[in-house]
Design a protein around this ligand. Structure first.
Ligand SMILES: O=c1ccn([C@@H]2O[C@H](COP(=O)(O)O)[C@@H](O)[C@H]2O)c(=O)[nH]1
Length: 224
C-alpha cells in the first residue's frame, strides 16, 4: 500500500521548502502546497517542487462564483495536480463547474469544516448544530455535485466514509499523542484517521517544525 501521508509544505522560502521535501521524500507519499506557498511562488514554485517526483496536492481552497472557480481550475491544469480543494460552502453549482473544469487526472475534493474550527466557531458564523452534522451535510452536497471526496477532520471521517463508500477523504489536523495542537481544534492521530477511512493524511508542522524532520516523518510512517 502506498504511503498516505502528504507533507504540508507551509514554508515561506522556496529553497527551504525544496530542501525539506527532498529530505523527507522517502517517508511521505506526496506533497501538499497551500495558499502560503502558492501566493509566494506560484506556478514556478509548483514546478520546482514537482521535480522531486511525488504527487502534488494543490490545497488552494477555491471559494467564489462558479465561473471564477472554473477559470482558476483551468489556469492550474498545466500543473497537473493530483488533488485540488474547493470549499463545499461555495455551493453545488460551483463544485459542479470546478469538477468539469479540472483535468482528468485531478481529484477535486471539498473542504467541509476547517479542522481549526469547533462548534462555538460554527455558531458564530450563524450555523447552529454540531460539527459532525455540518460535515455530513456538506459531504452529501459535494457527493451530489460529483466531486471525488471531501476534506474533514478525523472526528468525522468514519461517518463520512459510511455514507460515501467510494469517496476520497483527506484528513488534516493530525498529531501524535502528547504533541501540541497549535491552531487546530479537531485533532486525531494519523493512525486513528487512517483506520477510520482517510485516503490521505495531511501532516505539516509535526514534520516541518520538528528538530529532526526525517525522524518525525519516519515515526509517523511507523505508526501506520
Ligand atoms: O480543514 C483543514 C483544511 C486544510 N488544512 C491544511 O492542512 C495543513 C495542516 O498543517 P499542520 O501544520 O499539520 O496543522 C495546513 O496546510 C492547512 O492549511 C487544515 O489544517 N485543515
Amino acid at each position: 500500500m502506498s504511503n498516505p501521508v502528504y507533507l504540508a509544505l507551509d514554508l515561506p522560502r522556496l529553497d527551504e521548502a525544496k530542501a525539506l521535501a527532498n529530505r523527507v521524500k522517502a517517508h511521505v507519499g506526496g506533497i501538499k502546497l497551500g495558499l502560503e506557498f502558492f501566493c509566494a511562488h506560484g506556478h514556478h514554485g509548483v514546478h520546482e517542487i514537482a521535480r522531486i517526483g511525488l504527487p502534488i496536492f494543490l490545497d488552494l481552497k477555491f471559494h467564489d462564483i462558479p465561473n471564477t472557480v472554473a477559470g482558476a481550475m483551468q489556469a492550474i491544469h498545466v500543473l497537473e495536480p493530483a488533488i485540488v480543494t474547493v470549499h463545499a460552502s461555495g455551493g453545488r453549482a460551483m463544485m459542479e463547474d470546478a469538477k468539469a473544469a479540472a483535468g482528468n487526472g485531478t481529484k477535486v475534493v471539498a473542504v467541509t469544516m476547517l479542522t481549526s474550527l469547533d462548534e462555538r466557531d460554527l455558531a458564530r458564523t450563524g450555523v447552529m448544530g454540531n460539527a459532525h452534522d455540518q460535515v455530513l451535510r456538506l459531504a452529501e452536497l459535494a457527493h451530489i455535485a460529483g466531486l471525488d471526496g471531501v476534506v474533514c477532520s478525523g472526528h468525522e471521517v468514519k461517518s463520512v466514509h459510511g455514507q460515501w463508500k467510494d469517496g476520497f477523504f483527506v484528513v488534516p489536523g493530525l498529531r501524535l499523542a502528547g504533541h501540541g495542537v497549535g491552531d487546530q481544534k479537531r485533532v486525531v492521530t494519523p493512525r486513528q484517521a487512517r483506520d477510520d477511512g482517510a485516503s490521505v493524511l495531511v501532516v505539516g508542522r509535526p514534520i516541518s517544525r520538528a528538530d529532526d524532520p526525517v525522524e518525525a516523518a519516519r515515526n509517523i510512517e511507523a505508526t501506520l
